[in-house]
Write a protein that binds this ligand. Sequence first.
Ligand SMILES: Nc1ncnc2c1ncn2[C@@H]1O[C@H](COP(=O)(O)OP(=O)(O)OP(=O)(O)O)[C@@H](O)[C@H]1O
Ligand SMILES: [Mg+2]
Length: 239
Amino acid sequence: MSILEATRLVKRFGPVTAVNDVSLTVGEGEVVALLGPNGAGKSTTLHMVLGLITPDSGSIVLFGQELARHRVEVLSRINFAASYVDLPGALRVHEVLDAFARMYAVRRPRERVAELVELFELGPLAKRKVMTLSSGQRTRVQLAKALLNRPRLLVLDEPTANLDPDAGDRIRGLLSALARQDGSAMLITSHNMREVERMCDRICFMSHGLIVASGSAKELAGHYGAEDLEEVFLKVARG
Ligand SMILES: Nc1ncnc2c1ncn2[C@@H]1O[C@H](COP(=O)(O)OP(=O)(O)OP(=O)(O)O)[C@@H](O)[C@H]1O
Ligand SMILES: [Mg+2]
């Protein structure tokens, strides 16, 4: 069974067609990247998958169930992290995680929060108010929050954009390990080509609201006669 089957998604904002006939699947345990220039429609696609916005047409099936008709069940099995989503700044890190754990009705919430605090090395920050954290520290809290409900599909919009190279590298390692151990599927966007090469099984290249190429990093490089994904990106983006 596919984790996600999105078929012929279209989303317009007034005169702008942000997503124009995008079909996309994510299989069990698969890590899929949406890649493409600024404004290509990546975040808009993720927001439709997350039920944050409604497509003008097309369908989204998650875990075999139509999102539009089984919203609560389906959304309880996914989660999301993005640097542009604010966490409640006046709360302390442990309060944020406790609150979300309860909201998600996580089994044994205390243990789950403790596990994630350890995994993301949040112990020293646990009593700090979120608003006092650096953006990289906030990213780690966001990711911990996103894993609380053990999502079968983790949607990440530029998850490591705020991280220094060392923190980014460690987070990529953690996420890849999670995908392997728990079989969680991931749908991510990133402008970091090395990250995508390292983490993703499959890449869907978007441009002007369309998927214009897809395959593994190796397949895409072969197809475009490019050294690496960075060169593929430049070739595709510059037409
Ligand atoms: N709420 C909105 N209202 C109007 N236009 C929007 C809205 N959201 C997105 N758009 C437009 O839709 C297009 C796609 O935007 P989107 O955020 O999906 O791009 P993206 O691929 O995520 O780009 P980036 O790499 O910069 O994050 C852009 O032209 C954007 O300006
Ligand atoms: Mg975006």
